[in-house]
Ligand binder design. Structure first.
Ligand code: NDP
Ligand code: GUE
Length: 284
């Protein structure tokens, strides 16, 4: 079996699955609606937002971009979020991060209706993830959810495995740890104060690298046969480089994601999935 986990292809398959669900929703009377809020003119954010809009349009999701100037005040931004909360054509709201320094990111995230929080960043959603709440509506963050899909669709069992996550951010490291724990992995979360990182990663059956440093995880840190998930997106001399040194890690891994074409496309596919789920929740 091929070792490479083809995130681009898996994301495409998921978009196809969603397409038919969306056409059913359309027949019921309304397609899902996604509002993307972009503050300022960060070129990376503009690229990502463009990709999200394109993906939405291709599968029949109504998407609207709210492109606002970086000088917008926090109050004005909160008003925009409130307007979208009250717009019944909009099922999902995504405020592209990072936000300018004068705006309190957490305050903006908390202002989003948790039932429209397709990014899964609102404390109601992270709290439900933390407490393992499965009965109430819960949106899980897109990148962590995409990582789980990649592992599962590759046929790698999670239950009982040692999963080591390098990185503890609120958007990747911490939530992916909870999703793996919920699937009965034994988890270890590493960070910049971890004493002997290599000793930890060598114990990983599933290794998730979300550090933000190019080629940080080398082959000698990878356990033979491990499933290696590279979340890193680092732009070096105009090229995209992951957090994993691909060639040396490939030699040792049993399965591995490339960058680009691994986790990135899945993040967008999961955003689409959450938006379809939000439309299901809101009804016609
Ligand atoms: N493909 C995708 O869809 C996405 C990709 N990304 C990419 O993933 C990467 C990580 O993103 P994000 O989680 O937001 O990053 P953050 O910068 O928020 O977090 C990085 C984490 O790495 C840890 N770290 C830094 N240096 C070391 C070190 N020397 N040893 C061990 N741990 C270290 C930090 O530890 P500490 O907490 O101690 O500082 C921190 O927890 C980035 O490249 C980002 O671009 C992010 C989101 C989506
Ligand atoms: N509110 C919010 N939600 C996010 O989900 C969010 C965010 N803010 N801010 C920034 C990060 C980053 N992120 C990525 C999405 C897609 C790719 C992606 O598709 N990458 C392609 C390559 C794209 C390229 O060529 O630049 C790949 O890896 O193959 C990467 C990164 C979402 N984020």
């Amino acid at each position: 079996m091929d070792k490479v986990i083809d995130g681009k292809q898996i994301a495409k398959n998921i978009r196809e699955e969603l397409k038919s669900q969306i056409s059913d929703q359309k027949a019921e009377g309304r397609v899902p609606g996604l509002a993307v809020v972009l503050v300022g003119d960060n070129p990376a954010s503009e690229t990502y937002v463009g990709m999200k809009e394109k993906a939405a349009e291709e599968i029949g999701i109504h998407s609207e971009l709210h492109d606002v100037d970086s000088s917008i005040s926090q109050e004005e931004l909160l008003n925009l979020v409130d307007q979208l909360n009250n717009d019944n054509r909009i099922d999902g709201i995504l405020v592209q991060l990072p936000l300018p320094d004068h705006i309190d990111e957490l305050a903006v995230i908390e202002a989003i209706d948790p039932g429209k929080d397709v990014d899964g960043f609102h404390p109601i959603n992270t709290g439900r993830l933390f407490s393992g709440q499965k009965d109430l509506l819960r949106f899980d963050p897109c990148t962590p959810l995409g990582i789980i899909e990649l592992i599962e669709r590759k046929g790698v069992d999670i239950e009982g495995k040692n999963a080591v996550i390098v990185g503890r951010s609120n958007i990747v490291g911490k939530p992916v740890a909870h999703l793996l724990l919920e699937r009965n992995a034994t988890i270890t979360v590493c960070h910049s104060r971890t004493k002997d990182l290599k000793a930890e990663t060598l114990d990983a059956d599933i290794l998730v690298a979300a550090v933000g440093r190019p080629n940080f995880i080398t082959g000698e840190m990878v356990k033979e046969g491990a499933c290696v998930i590279d979340v890193g997106i680092n732009r070096v001399d105009g090229k995209l480089i992951g957090d994993v040194e691909y060639d040396s890690a490939y030699e040792r891994a049993g399965a591995i994601t490339p960058v680009p074409g691994g986790v990135g496309p899945m993040t967008i596919a999961m955003l689409m999935k959450n938006t379809v789920k939000a439309r299901e929740y809101h009804g016609v």
